[in-house]
Design a binder for this molecule. Sequence first.
Ligand SMILES: CC(C)(COP(=O)(O)OP(=O)(O)OC[C@H]1O[C@@H](n2cnc3c(N)ncnc32)[C@H](O)[C@@H]1OP(=O)(O)O)[C@@H](O)C(=O)NCCC(=O)NCCS
Length: 175
Amino acid sequence: MNLELRKLHISEIRSRECLRRFNCGVAEIDSWASDKAFRRHAQDRTRVFCARLGADAPVIGFYSLSLSPVGSGLLLGQHADRYPEGFAPFVYIDRLAVMRMQQRNGIGRILLMNALKRAFIVSRDLPFYGVALRSLNDRTTEFYKKMGFAQRENTGHPLMILPIWTIRDLFQTPH
Ligand SMILES: CC(C)(COP(=O)(O)OP(=O)(O)OC[C@H]1O[C@@H](n2cnc3c(N)ncnc32)[C@H](O)[C@@H]1OP(=O)(O)O)[C@@H](O)C(=O)NCCC(=O)NCCS
C-alpha cells in the first residue's frame, strides 16, 4: 500500500472509540488498546498517542508512554555508580503498534521517532537516563536495534534502552 506519510497526524487519544477496533495482530496489544488505553490515559497512568492519515481519519497506529524505574545493573558502562539507590528513571514505551493492514509502510518508525521527540522535550525540564521498552520478539528486537536501542537482556522479551545523550543528538539543534 502506498500511504501518504506526510499526512500523518499524531496526537493524544480523544476517546475510547479511537482504538476500539484496533488490530495489529498481537492479541494482548489489541485488547489493551480497545479496553484499557483510554482509561489509563485519563487516569494519568500512561499517555496514549494515536496516528491518523488526516485529522479526523481512523487511527492506524499508536504508542503509549509512562515513567518507570530500571535496575541500575542494566545501565550502560559504569553508570550503575550514578544511581546508588539501585535504579534509574526512564521514560518507558509501554506499547507501540501499527494496524495490520498498514504495517511495513514506515509508520512504526515514524511513531517511534515521535515518542523519542516527546521524551527529548521532557528531558529539558526533567532528567532521566533514557527511553526503555520490552521487545516482543526477535523481529521487533531487530527493529529497535536499527533505531539505536541496546539490548540489555537475553530473555524472551528483552529490555531495550536508548540513553538520553543519543536522543539529544537526534533532536538538539546546534547553537
Ligand atoms: C513492530 C511494528 C510496530 C513495526 O511497525 P511498522 O510500521 O510495521 O514498521 P516500519 O514499516 O516502520 O518498519 C521499520 C522496521 O521494522 C522492521 N520490520 C517491520 N515489520 C517487519 C516484518 N514483518 N519483518 C521483518 N522486519 C520488520 C524492519 O526492520 C523495518 O525496517 P526496514 O523497512 O528498513 O526493513 C508493527 O509491525 C506492529 O505493530 N507489530 C505488531 C505489534 C508489535 O509487535 N509491537 C511491538 C511491541 S515491542
